[in-house]
Write a protein that binds this ligand. Structure first.
Ligand code: PMP
Length: 316
């Protein structure tokens, strides 16, 4: 199939706002949830892929046929692969070993190339390798962890949609897990630009382990996309009133399963975000307070993970 589609085959600029819907799984006031899994590649990362690449094309930093390289454990690479297919660019995804076939197949199906880095080197090793390959090949690096256009995509896109979708445009709390931080930082900035007085809340997944489960909390490996201490966007942002809500990963996964059972085909981080939003909601005294969160991606990329273990093992 040819690269460099004629303009009339491109549709990324025509995508309508994702829905923002009130969701209440239990007996509590609803949380406003942005259904980002409805983006074309299945995640909110379509927004940053499109914004970063189109901006680079407008600025002459990218031309048809050029190569884009992204280091990511999944969603961003899938989104970049789709956007590159649409924009007539080549794409290489550098990913840590162990990512699921669901992810690598999607990237390759969009015409991208997948290169794997040793698991032991972690996401940092993946990022370093992507930088090396980009230097060798003169390729474009979107640098999702440090590129301000990541947060800008949410500031001028997702946040403005929310302000149009919420009655009166009043938002009191925005809650999200942090990977690059682009979602939370961009939403906070965009909602504030629009006049909302909003408190940002980090949804932080924790794993409990050890014999008596008393010891030691650490970042969860069960909630892909949400990682610790790596994002310049997040650490450099000014986020007054920033609050962190810790969510056990088994609760996040169970909540994601409940959301799926309610007809929201989401991945683990949506469960995480929803639980944190409900907790943040409880802390507010006003009954009419508006709490917003995002459902970042779709369930289909998690069939081989813990999220679907009850179904695979027949105990659901
Ligand atoms: N959920 C999923 C599934 C993700 O892939 C990511 C980001 N990698 C996030 C949440 C966090 O979003 P952000 O990078 O904007 O902080």
């Amino acid at each position: 199939m040819s690269r460099g589609l004629p303009n009339q085959h491109r549709y990324l600029h025509r995508i309508p706002p994702t829905p923002l819907v009130p969701v209440a799984l239990g007996d509590h006031p609803p949380i406003w949830c942005k259904l980002e899994f409805l983006n074309p590649s299945g995640s909110t990362k379509d927004r940053i892929a499109r914004h970063i690449l189109e901006k680079a094309c407008r600025q002459g930093k990218l031309n048809p046929g050029d190569t884009v390289i992204e280091a990511s454990s999944g969603s961003t690479s899938i989104a970049m692969a789709l956007a590159c297919a649409q924009l007539g660019l080549k794409f290489i995804a550098v990913m840590p070993e162990g990512v699921s076939n669901e992810r690598t197949f999607m990237i390759r199906a969009y015409g991208g190339v997948v290169m794997l880095t040793p698991k032991a080197e972690g996401i940092r090793g993946t990022i370093d390798r992507a930088v090396e390959i980009a230097a060798e090949r003169g390729a474009f690096l979107p640098r999702q962890f440090s590129n301000p256009d990541n947060a800008e995509a949410h500031r001028i896109g997702t946040a403005r949609e929310i302000l149009d979708q919420i009655p009166d445009g009043a938002v009191d709390v925005v809650a999200s897990g942090v990977g690059t931080g682009g979602t939370l930082v961009g939403l906070y900035q965009g909602l504030t630009d629009g006049g909302a007085s909003v408190t940002p809340v980090v949804a932080r997944p924790v794993s409990l382990y050890g014999e008596n489960e008393l010891e030691c909390c650490s970042f969860s490996s069960q909630i892909p996309g949400v990682v610790d201490s790596i994002s310049e966007i997040f650490s450099e942002a000014v986020l007054p009133g920033l609050t962190t809500i810790e969510v056990k990963d088994d609760l996040a996964l169970d909540t994601a399963r409940q959301l799926i059972a309610a007809g929201f085909p989401v991945g683990p981080s949506s469960g995480l975000n929803y639980v944190a939003a409900v907790e943040a909601r409880k802390a507010l005294s006003r009954p009419d307070a508006v709490v917003v969160t995002v459902f970042p991606d779709r369930m289909e990329r998690y069939f081989t993970t813990e999220l679907f273990r009850p179904l695979r093992c027949g105990d659901a």
